[in-house]
Design a protein around this ligand. Structure first.
Ligand code: C2O
Length: 345
């Protein structure tokens, strides 16, 4: 049977780090009477929004202003408001650090990494995050042309291989980042140790990692998506190609090396506290549109559920099946070169 989603009524403290560590409170705040979700009605989108590469979008003053303003508005909401930036970050903590039991199971935890839930969970998560930003910007009079969309950290092309620009001040700043990495070329194979290769060599390594993961290691849908994970399962089956590399490495490369749990990006409970998280995951999401899995139709995947607060503060449940086409969710990714696709060795 499909994973039934979390039981919000039995949400409890999560653990910083997946297995051991201090407890951390990150359950969603309660709005209204009870924590029972209703099935989500997907709006019909007439105009699609374009998610652009961060290294271009964030040097466009108008875009930068909007994005900064949106995050600032989120950060300015009351601390217990579900749309507050920290509450949005806590969604990741709750789903990933063990705050939930699966609905209908007394003691079975829920984990959205290390399985086929990875891509769909994060797509829905970003979808609502983006809808909330759009709503805040509209109420503020800052997105009147209706074009705002999240940027993606395009770390798979040479121009995008540094930390996205203009994130070192204002609402996009997060102090818990690895200061040694903030201006260097990313190492998509980062093992926790700096190798200090010349830039051009690092770029070639990164492209070759991308080729290996997107082409060689993603030949079948489950290799890309991650293993089958069903209702009542007490452990996760294993990560898909991109989740394992470079998705994880980007997290560790950004998180501060001197923090106990590699905060912020380097641990699930804190990752969403750095605005770059949403840009990192937009790129992961974009890779799912490139390696499309439309032919993969196993029902227990299609019917798996997640629960979120939507932009109108309604508690809603969403299914994997409804997020497979981003244009149905109102957005698409700007076409950019894929220099890793036809790499000759
Ligand atoms: Cu939910 Cu990049 O982790």
């Amino acid at each position: 049977a499909p994973v039934p989603g979390p039981d919000l009524t039995t949400c409890h403290n999560a653990i910083k780090s997946t297995n051991t560590g201090e407890p951390v409170a990150c359950c969603p705040p309660q709005v209204g009477q009870e924590m029972i979700p209703l099935p989500y009605d997907l709006p019909t989108f007439t105009k699609l929004r374009t998610r652009r590469p961060a290294h271009e979008a964030l040097v466009d003053p108008d875009y930068l202003k909007k994005f900064r303003r949106g995050i600032e508005l989120m950060k300015g909401l009351p601390a217990d408001h579900p749309h507050n930036f920290m509450q949005q970050a806590n969604i990741h903590c709750a789903y990933c650090n063990g705050a939930y039991y699966q609905a209908g199971f007394k003691d079975v935890g829920l984990q959205v990494h290390f399985s086929w839930l990875f891509f769909p969970f994060h797509r829905w998560y970003l979808y609502f995050f983006e809808r909330i930003l759009i709503k805040l910007l509209q109420e503020d009079g800052s997105d009147n042309d209706g074009t705002f969309a999240l940027p993606f950290w395009n770390w798979d092309v040479p121009d995008g291989m540094r930390f996205p620009p203009n994130m070192h001040s204002g609402s996009l700043y997060d102090p818990l980042r690895d200061s040694k990495h903030i201006s260097s070329i990313i190492d998509l194979g980062y093992s926790g140790e700096d190798v200090d290769k010349p830039d051009d060599q690092q770029i070639q390594c990164n492209l070759s990692i991308m080729h290996t993961q997107m082409v060689n290691n993603s030949s079948r849908p489950l290799l890309f998506l991650g293993g089958r994970y069903y209702a009542g399962d007490t452990s996760t089956p294993g990560q898909g190609s991109i989740e394992s590399t470079p998705h994880n490495q980007v997290h560790t490369w950004v998180g501060a090396r001197d923090q106990p749990y590699h905060e912020d990006l380097g641990n699930f409970y804190s990752a969403g506290r750095d605005p770059v998280f949403y840009m990192h995951h937009a790129n992961v999401d974009r890779l799912w549109t490139i390696r499309n899995t439309n032919k993969f139709m196993e029902r227990d995947w299609l019917n798996a559920l997640f629960v979120f607060y939507d932009e109108d503060l309604k508690l809603v449940s969403v299914k994997v099946r409804d997020c497979r086409d981003t244009t149905k969710l109102g957005y698409f990714y700007e076409e950019v070169p894929r220099p890793w696709e036809h790499l000759k060795r």
